[in-house]
Design a binder for this molecule. Structure first.
Ligand SMILES: *[C@@H]1O[C@H](CO)[C@@H](O)[C@H](O)[C@H]1NC(C)=O
Ligand SMILES: *[C@@H]1O[C@H](CO)[C@@H](O)[C@H](O)[C@H]1NC(C)=O
Length: 387
C-alpha cells in the first residue's frame, strides 16, 4: 500500500519542482521619474505619486495571483524618496511616501496573500539618482564626504524592518545591484543592515546582494569576487543570496538575442552548494525570440533542479512601463510583463509573448502560501481561497 501510494503521489506531481517555494514577478515603477539628461541633482524628487512613479497596479497583481497563481512580487522604491535628502539616509522617513509604499505591500501580502520583497533600487548609492545606476555616492565610502554611512544604511533598514516585523509575508531585499565598489564594503553594508533588521525584532527572510550587479555568472570570478559574502552572519539564520542573471551577450538585459544560458550559473551554484547556502534569482529575462524561449525554459528548469534556488522573480512588470520594455529588446517598444502591456504598434507585449507563452507553464503548481518567509521555504500547496 505504501509503495503503491508513493507511486501514485509521484504520478500526480504535475511538474516536479520540489524546491522552488516562491515565484513571481518584479514590480518596477517606484524608482521611475528621476532621470536627468544633464545630471541635474534632485530631478524628480520627491516626485508625484501616480504621475512620475507608482508601485503596483492592483488589477495587474490580481491577474498574477488569481489567474497565474504566483506567490511572489518584488516592489522597487527609491531611497531618496523614502528618506529625502533633507533628512538624510536613516530612520526618518517621508511618511506620506512610506504610506503609498505600505499600501502596495499590504495589498500584495494581506489582500492577496502573496509574499513581497522590499527592494531599495539604489545600486548601494544614495543622494543622486539623476543618472542611476551610475550616479550617487556609494554608501559607506569614507573617501566621499557626501556619502551616507554604513551606520545610516543600518538605521534605515532597522526602521523599515521594524515597521514590517509583524507581516510574515515580507522579505527584506537589502539592496538592488551594488556595483563598482569594493566587495568588502558590500559585505560591511549588508552586515549592518542584517544586524539592524534583527535588532528591530524582524525575523523574516533577508536577501543579501553580491557585488558586480549581483550577477550570477561573475559571482566567483575576478579579483574581488562576491564569494567574500561567506563573511555574513545572521543571528536568525534566515538569510539567502540575491542573484540577477540576464541571458543576453553581456548579461545586461538590453539585447534581444539570447546568448548565455543556465550553464553560466555553474560557478555560483557550486559555491552555494559548498557553503550550504540558498539563493533567489530576483531578476532574469530574455526577449520573445524562439531561441530565448528555449533558453529561458532551460534557465527556469535549472533553478527547479538545483535545490540551492528557493525562488525567483522575472524582470519586470510594473504600472508605468506602457509600451516601453523592461528587458531585452534592443530598445524597441515591445511592452513589459505587466498584464495590460502591449507593444507600441499595438501587437502583443512581452506579458503575452514571454510570460504567458514561456514562463507561466513553468510556474510551480505548488508554492508556499502561509507562514513566515524563510530560507527553508514552507508548506507547499496550490493557492488557497482567501477567506
Ligand atoms: C514627502 O512626500 C510627499 C508626497 O510625495 C511630498 O509632497 C513631500 O514634499 C515629501 N517631503 C519631503 C521632505 O520630501
Ligand atoms: C516580439 O514582439 C514584438 C512586439 O509584439 C514583435 O514586433 C516582434 O516581431 C516579436 N518578435 C518575435 C521574434 O516574435
Amino acid at each position: 500500500m505504501l509503495f503503491k501510494s508513493l507511486i501514485s503521489a509521484a504520478a500526480f506531481t504535475a511538474f516536479a519542482s520540489a524546491k522552488i517555494f516562491y515565484a513571481g514577478v518584479a514590480e518596477s515603477s517606484g524608482e521611475f521619474g528621476v532621470w536627468s539628461q544633464d545630471k541635474v541633482k534632485g530631478t524628480g524628487l520627491p516626485g508625484r505619486f501616480g504621475v512620475d512613479y507608482s508601485f503596483i497596479d492592483k488589477k495587474g497583481i490580481d491577474v498574477y495571483v488569481d489567474q497565474n497563481k504566483v506567490n511572489l512580487f518584488r516592489i522597487a522604491f527609491l531611497l531618496e524618496r523614502m528618506c529625502p535628502l533633507s533628512y538624510g539616509l536613516g530612520a526618518k522617513f517621508n511618511e506620506t511616501h512610506f504610506g503609498y509604499f505600505k499600501e502596495a505591500v499590504d495589498y500584495v501580502t494581506k489582500t492577496k496573500g502573496a509574499y513581497c520583497i522590499l527592494d531599495p533600487h539604489n545600486y548601494m548609492r544614495y543622494n543622486d539618482p539623476s543618472q542611476q545606476p551610475m550616479t550617487g555616492s556609494i554608501i559607506g565610502d569614507t573617501s566621499d564626504a557626501t556619502a551616507a554611512t554604513t551606520a545610516q544604511f543600518g538605521a534605515f533598514w532597522g526602521e523599515l524592518a521594524g515597521r514590517f516585523k509583524d507581516n510574515e509575508k515580507v522579505i527584506f531585499g537589502l539592496m538592488n545591484e551594488p556595483h563598482d565598489m569594493k566587495t568588502s564594503l558590500v559585505v560591511q553594508n549588508n552586515q549592518a543592515a542584517i544586524d539592524a533588521i534583527r535588532k528591530a525584532g524582524a525575523k523574516q527572510l533577508i536577501l543579501a546582494p553580491g557585488n558586480s550587479w549581483t550577477g550570477g555568472h561573475s559571482w566567483t570570478e575576478g579579483s574581488d569576487p562576491s564569494t567574500q559574502l561567506t563573511q555574513l552572519k545572521d543571528s536568525a539564520s534566515n538569510l539567502a543570496f540575491d542573484i540577477h542573471e540576464y541571458l543576453d551577450s553581456d548579461y545586461s538585459g538590453t539585447h534581444a538575442p539570447c546568448a548565455n544560458g543556465a550553464a553560466k550559473l555553474a560557478g555560483v551554484t557550486s559555491w552555494l552548494k559548498q557553503n550550504n547556502y540558498k539563493a533567489m534569482i530576483t531578476e532574469f529575462g530574455g526577449s520573445n525570440t524562439t531561441q530565448c524561449a528555449s533558453m529561458l525554459t532551460e534557465f527556469i528548469k535549472y533553478m527547479d533542479s538545483n535545490d540551492v534556488y528557493i525562488g525567483w522573480t522575472a524582470w519586470a512588470a510594473g504600472p508605468f512601463w506602457g509600451s516601453a520594455s523592461a528587458c531585452c529588446t534592443d530598445s524597441k517598444q515591445w511592452g513589459s510583463l505587466e498584464p495590460t502591456s502591449k507593444a507600441a504598434d499595438g501587437s502583443p507585449g512581452l506579458y503575452q509573448t514571454v510570460w504567458l507563452k514561456v514562463i507561466q507553464p513553468l510556474v510551480p503548481k505548488q508554492l508556499v502560501w502561509s507562514g513566515i518567509s524563510s530560507v527553508s521555504g514552507g508548506k507547499l500547496s496550490t493557492k488557497p481561497k482567501l477567506t
